[in-house]
Write a new protein. Structure first.
Length: 304
């Protein structure tokens, strides 16, 4: 009997324990909820833009540079360009003045590439409608064109980025340079410019003086004729109306022949080239000012 009572007591406690265990787990389970994890929703494009802006800001702090399409430095300086809060001008320190020649030489060798110039502007500047970012990029583009680069191979864009000007209203940096492979849709536009070209390579002088513009055009023309071997080139010399008509006809032909000889010296077949002159007979501006007369002293090149 004693053993039976002990067994019943044991069984009772066991039953109570099991009931407590399962009922509590059920109770807790009905009330227990997993902590909610709220993930911040981010825009991948915005993240990429922010990351690019941050990388650009670091790059600007390191100085002016440009990389090729493989990510290797074409040039890098410890100094940098400088923009201001007053206008779209860009200051170029003396230490980096030759960045123009660096770009000219690179694009001359890489005929399948172009340059993209990004000009910085803040949100406040953008909202003002002043287009300072694009103005800054175009400021650099104009300098490069004067250095001899074909403007068709330079693209300018604004880049929105908030930064602080110093007490003098200056910001070191503000310009990003990127070399890029020319897209096929852009290639036709560039080639059109090669086949219809006007050169002003100091043709106001009776002496021929090839400049960087002609030098770079020679490279582009040679590359173009290599792609289209059946094309021919006509070089036509034009003058202003100073002097008599016969002399101007001679000067026009002489200058056209000088350009022809230069192109041959750069590897273009002489059989591809024809030199002509129209002298003073086909002005593109009135000959009433020196500026207008300078526009008439030109070489027109047609490829067909």
């Amino acid at each position: 009997m004693k053993n039976l009572i002990s067994f019943l007591i044991f069984f009772l406690f066991a039953f109570i324990g099991m009931w407590w265990y399962f009922s509590c787990n059920w109770c807790l389970g009905s009330k227990k909820t997993e902590p909610s994890i709220v993930k911040e929703q981010t825009d991948p494009a915005a993240e990429a833009l922010a990351r690019k802006a941050y990388e650009d800001s670091l790059a600007l702090a390191r100085g002016l540079f440009a990389k090729n399409t493989s990510g290797v430095d074409v040039f890098r300086y410890s100094e940098n360009l400088r923009i201001n809060n007053a206008n779209g001008g860009v200051h170029i320190p003396d230490e980096i003045l030759d960045f123009k020649e660096q770009i000219v030489n690179y694009l001359g060798k890489q005929q399948d590439q172009e340059l993209i110039i990004l000009g910085y502007e803040t949100h406040v500047e953008k909202s003002s409608g002043a287009n300072l970012g694009l103005s800054r990029a175009n400021f650099i583009k104009d300098i490069l064109i004067k250095a001899g680069i074909n403007g068709d191979r330079v693209i300018t864009k604004p880049r929105l980025y908030d930064y602080d000007y110093n007490a003098n209203g200056h910001y070191t940096g503000g310009i990003i340079l990127n070399f890029n492979k020319i897209d096929q849709s852009r290639l036709k536009e560039i080639e059109k410019g090669i086949t219809n070209k006007i050169l002003y390579s100091d043709f106001g002088s009776k002496d021929f003086k090839p400049d960087a513009t002609l030098a770079n055009y020679a490279l582009e023309l040679k590359n173009y004729l290599g792609k289209y071997p059946d094309k021919k080139v006509i070089l036509t010399g034009h003058t202003d109306n100073i002097g008599d008509e016969e002399s101007n006809q001679w000067y026009g032909l002489t200058r056209a022949n000088n350009v022809k000889k230069y192109l041959v010296s750069k590897g273009i077949l002489i059989t591809k080239l024809t030199a002509l002159s129209k002298g003073e007979s086909s002005p593109i501006a009135p000959n009433d000012t020196e500026e207008s007369r300078a526009k008439n002293r030109r070489i027109e090149i047609i490829v067909n």
